[in-house]
Design a protein around this ligand. Structure first.
Ligand code: SF4
Length: 353
């Protein structure tokens, strides 16, 4: 069952102590856009003196906070539903509060279906997307009762066990993982980060535990880093384009500043390009004036669809790949598992705000 924590939204609105006539922006994940009107009706009944605005730009993830549109529309408060607080309110143009959306799952069914977990050694690493996080401690306790040790590995700044498509907690080699999510996007994040991980997925919609087989597919990215390193050693950095994703707060301005400074210190020229949704044709037009392009947007664009950018005449790199071009340590970290730590504040290439 899906639980929209409207009572939390109501508390946030009360706490904001807004004056009559204030505007409040509502932003929901893609799967909940259809519920926008019902939510707006409920909140309007509770707060008849406020006006509510639906922000319906694309929301791919927790990074897509649309405070810029909320600001342009003169909202006094933005309520962002369904994601963790990746971007703190004090970095945004409009006071922003996060409202959890949780989905109940049948943990007994999950435990009954997880028979494959009884074999193997080491603890089971429990992971999930934001909406199922509440189930993890319950599952951990039930597994422990069966004699199966379970842990919830954490990335600083995220909830224990939380996984994003771009950020996977640090896991040991061959980690046994049980991830609760639907689709393949988050499972593939584990496979990229720990290629020999043994991954089971509980898909709440199917109600089944499936053993996931993930083909490690990041060697080509490391080869691209190596080729770019060789080119830079040969002719210098040249003109480095930074594609700052302007879809919500996907592109981190603090990271852009750090990288611009790094390029200047290394004798290169940094060029900032703002783009909401990456368009191959537009990128192709940029290729003539640049020696490489670094994506300061969702890194999965390059990791999942990087082949589309081959043949542009310039490498298209993620931020950590760019660090890998300049830094032996980061480059070496990529062999044997591709670090997916985009929102880990402990990383040099973090996109944290
Ligand atoms: S950067 Fe990509 S993977 Fe990470 S939260 Fe945003 S949309 Fe999801």
């Amino acid at each position: 069952m899906l639980n929209l924590e409207l009572h939390t939204a109501i508390e946030h609105i009360r706490e904001a102590a807004l004056s009559d006539g204030s505007k409040i922006g509502l932003q929901l994940p893609e799967g909940l856009v259809a519920d926008c009107s019902a939510i707006m009706d409920d909140l309007s009944r509770e707060f008849p003196t406020f006006r509510f605005v639906i922000l319906a730009n694309v929301v791919y993830g927790a990074c897509c906070i649309d405070d810029v549109a909320a600001y342009a529309l003169d909202c006094s408060l933005l309520l962002h539903f369904g994601h963790s607080e990746l971007v703190s309110s004090d970095r945004l143009l409009v006071p922003t509060r996060y409202v959890r959306v949780t989905i109940d799952i049948d943990t007994d069914k999950l435990i009954a279906a997880a028979s494959g977990l009884e074999t193997g050694s080491g603890p089971v690493h429990l992971l999930s997307t934001a909406q199922y996080l509440g189930a993890l401690p319950i599952i951990a306790a039930k597994l422990e009762a069966l004699g199966i040790p379970a842990v919830m590995p954490a990335t600083p700044g995220l909830a224990p066990g939380e996984i994003l498509g771009c950020t996977c907690p640090v896991l040991p080699p061959a980690a046994r993982c049980l991830v609760i999510c639907d689709g393949r996007f988050h499972v593939e994040a584990i496979g990229k980060a720990v290629p020999d991980a043994v991954v089971y997925k509980f898909d709440p919609f199917l109600g089944r535990v499936l053993r996931e087989h993930i083909l490690p597919d990041t060697d080509g990215r490391v080869d691209l880093v190596d080729r770019t390193r060789a080119a830079v050693a040969d002719r210098g950095l040249g003109r480095v384009g930074f594609l700052l994703g302007t879809l919500g707060r996907q592109g981190s301005v603090p990271l852009l500043r750090r990288l611009q400074g790094l390029v200047a210190r290394r004798g290169g020229v940094g060029v900032t390009v703002a783009m909401a949704i990456m368009d191959e044709d537009r990128v192709r037009h940029l290729a003539d004036g640049l020696d490489m392009l670094v994506l300061l947007s969702c890194p999965r664009l390059a990791l999942d669809w990087g082949q589309q950018f081959e043949g542009l005449g310039m490498p298209v790199l993620t931020a950590n790949e760019f660090y890998g071009v300049l830094d032996n340590g980061v480059r070496d970290e990529m062999r044997g598992g591709y670090p997916l730590r985009n929102y880990d504040p402990g990383c040099v290439y973090t996109s944290s705000w």
